[in-house]
Design a protein around this ligand. Sequence first.
Ligand code: DX5
Ligand code: ZN
Length: 218
Amino acid sequence: MQSLIAPSILAADFANLQQDVELVNNSQADWFHIDIMDGVFVPNISFGMPVLKAIAKHAKKTLDVHLMIVEPERYIKTFAELGSDILTVHFEACKDLAPTIKAIKAEGMKAGVAINPDSSVSVLEPFIAEIDLVCLMSVHPGFGGQSFIEGTYEKIQQLKALIHKKGAATKIEVDGGVTAANAKKLNNLGADVLVAGSFVFKSEDPSTTIADLKQLSA
Ligand code: DX5
Ligand code: ZN
């Protein structure tokens, strides 16, 4: 099955954001991946609501919003109003995950749950049937441009097995260090969505890079 490609706007040119949003609109990309960081959950601050609002105004594809913030439940309604289609919270950042997932869905969004590279897939077992998307972090969250953590391959297999065991329809997203060197293998293992930031936007021709990733994950 073909994987969806979600370019991460974190690696875009923030001084020419509309240009990069249009680039994604006109490319073979499937989703926009939007990284929101609070400087507390992760040691970096990316951008917040006004920037997402500006992106949403021009974006013509699914907005996949990845919250790397503490107590994300505080902002579920706000991110729905800003136009998020998928809202992903971190397992490690939620006091009570089940009601958070419920609240995301109640606002009409798909519910995503991300786990850090050091968190085991098994922590998701009680929740998996309710989760629309699991985001497997293949780098430590906080920064773009890091190298892919190889242990992610095994986690995809474990997650696939868990989804199958529970009869769930959860999609698997892999986020961090995705390049042409690992896209094919990630697709073969069953990753449904590949997030790619630096590899796309730091390339000479981002549209062609997106098309290449798409082809590799077909
Ligand atoms: C990392 C972010 C990723 C990041 C991916 O904290 O969640 O989405 O933007 O960037 P690359 O593809 O450069 O690793
Ligand atoms: Zn992300």
